[in-house]
Ligand binder design. Structure first.
Ligand SMILES: [Zn+2]
Length: 482
């Protein structure tokens, strides 16, 4: 497939000497061209479709739901049985609400039925295997087409445009990536295709942040693309040291974690720029982005189908009520996710934004499972757990895992083995995490039979037992931790 992202993937796996040689050339080519025709077509579609009236969007959603359900019924053993037992016929679907006849599924369903859910044998070159930590410390594995990123990125671009970012404007990236040392100065890498300056942010010391800020000051106009916890670490550093935010910083794009209101206020004060929060999942079901100056998050209605469901499983239509986000994705045709409970919650605000006029479902106060849990180093720095949520093979043979910490600089990782777990896996997991932790946390890996759920009824990733003393230099964290 000649799609844009296979080109980007090829770039990422190219040898470093080749990248060095090509980088100056790529820097002069418009990124939209580099990303390919599939990307450009999707971007045009997304930019138009966001202004569609609701009736047209509903027709589009109905067609997409019928397409994905028909595919599932024809090619997936699991869905064929599920639909038959529920008496659901995809060809009879006449409006999005008809989908409610299909029973909901969740992560447990995927874990137990993955091979039967696939619409195609997954060992194909155009299929990627995705491994995430999943909710509640239980890893989740599934498959998705390698061409998804061109579509995904068109939506992200159209989202980020809302605070003035345009394709080609540099991004300073602090998203927990492991980046090799650069010229002995800092952990840094550059992606000329998207003009991303990627800083090693798995953990952040003051020395790292100083070096990054010096570098950012030379970027010209740029946007910060970060986890809320890493952006907050940068803002705290600026506040603590009295240093000014880089002059070229034009906006902040936050993804992948809950953003606490006080934390956001602190960042906007320190950076002097608007923060734009985006919500999505690795499963690619529901994507939502804030409306600057407007109310809440706008859910992209052509990306996937959102249902907000109360505890009894009924749809929420009343403004101000909270429910669980249930999504049906339009992008993944390898493993369809149909009526999938994300485990995330939100408050329903309506179907039309009063400020911009977009007829999209409006959600507020989205609370994901990605709480900002951290490990603490011996010098008091925090390493957010999302940075440990590796999209690689580290936790492949593990059913569940959890860090326990009682002393700064030391932690115990408990793992519940899955089928195929061998003695060598303990050593392998320890080695891979040490690489990320750069030995700032002495880690002991232990095998356990089970991990007890926390008091909140949900297993958590970090059982943090260190009492954090009142520290007036970090007032926002105390407000957030409650
Ligand atoms: Zn709006």
């Amino acid at each position: 497939m000649g799609c844009a992202w296979s080109r980007k993937n090829a770039w990422e796996s190219a040898p470093r000497w080749l990248k060095r040689g090509l980088a100056p050339l790529l820097g002069r080519v418009p990124p939209a061209w580099l990303l390919g025709r599939r990307f450009r077509n999707h971007l045009q579609f997304v930019r138009d479709a966001q202004w569609w009236p609701r009736a047209r969007t509903r027709m589009y959603q109905t067609a997409q739901l019928r397409r994905i359900c028909t595919l599932a019924a024809e090619r997936s053993v699991f869905y064929r049985r599920l639909f038959r037992e529920a008496g659901f016929r995809p060809e009879a679907l006449s409006c999005p609400e008809d989908l409610a006849a299909v029973p909901m599924i969740d992560k447990e369903t995927v874990r137990a039925n993955l091979p039967a859910m696939c619409t195609t044998p997954p060992m194909r070159p155009w299929v990627d295997r995705i491994a995430t930590a999943g909710t509640g410390g239980v890893p989740l594995e599934f498959y998705i087409g390698a061409d998804r990123s061109a579509v995904e990125f068109a939506y992200l671009l159209a989202s980020w445009e809302r605070i003035g970012w345009t394709l080609g404007t540099p991004l300073a990236v602090l998203r927990g990536e492991v980046v090799p040392a650069w010229r002995g100065i800092m952990r840094y890498g550059y992606d000329p295709m998207l003009r991303r300056h990627v800083y090693g942010s798995f953990d952040l010391t003051d020395a790292d942040l100083q070096a990054y800020l010096d570098h950012m000051n030379r970027l010209g106009r740029f946007y910060l693309h970060a986890y809320p916890s890493t952006a907050a670490a940068l803002a705290r550093h600026l506040h603590r040291t009295g240093r000014r935010a880089p002059l070229g910083l034009s906006g902040v794009i936050l993804e992948s974690e809950n953003v606490y209101p006080v934390q956001r206020q602190m960042m906007e004060d320190v950076f002097g720029r608007t923060c734009l929060c985006c919500y999505g999942q690795t499963e690619k079901l529901v994507l939502a982005v804030e409306c600057p100056g407007g109310e809440g998050y706008h859910v992209w209605p052509t990306y996937g189908y959102l249902e907000l469901i109360d505890e009894a499983g009924n749809p929420i239509t009343e403004c101000g009520r909270r429910g669980q986000i249930v999504g049906t994705g339009f992008i993944n045709t390898v493993v369809p996710f149909i009526r999938y409970r994300t485990g995330d919650e939100a408050t329903y605000l309506g179907q039309r934004c009063r400020l911009c006029g977009r007829e999209h479902p409006i959600l507020a106060d989205i609370r994901g499972h990605r709480l900002q849990e951290s490990l603490i180093t011996s010098d008091g720095d925090e390493i957010p757990w999302v940075a440990l949520n590796m999209h690689d093979d580290t936790f492949r043979q593990v059913r569940q895992f959890q860090f326990t910490q009682s002393t700064p600089g030391r932690a115990v990782l408990s793992v519940v083995p899955a089928a195929g777990f061998a003695a060598g896996d303990i050593e392998r997991i320890g080695r891979m995490l040490d690489m990320k932790l750069r030995n700032r946390i002495a880690l002991t890996v232990q095998v356990v039979d089970a991990i007890a759920p926390s008091g909140r009824g949900k297993a958590i990733y970090v059982d943090q037992r260190i009492e954090r003393a009142a520290d007036l230099s970090r007032p926002w964290e105390q407000a957030c931790s409650g």
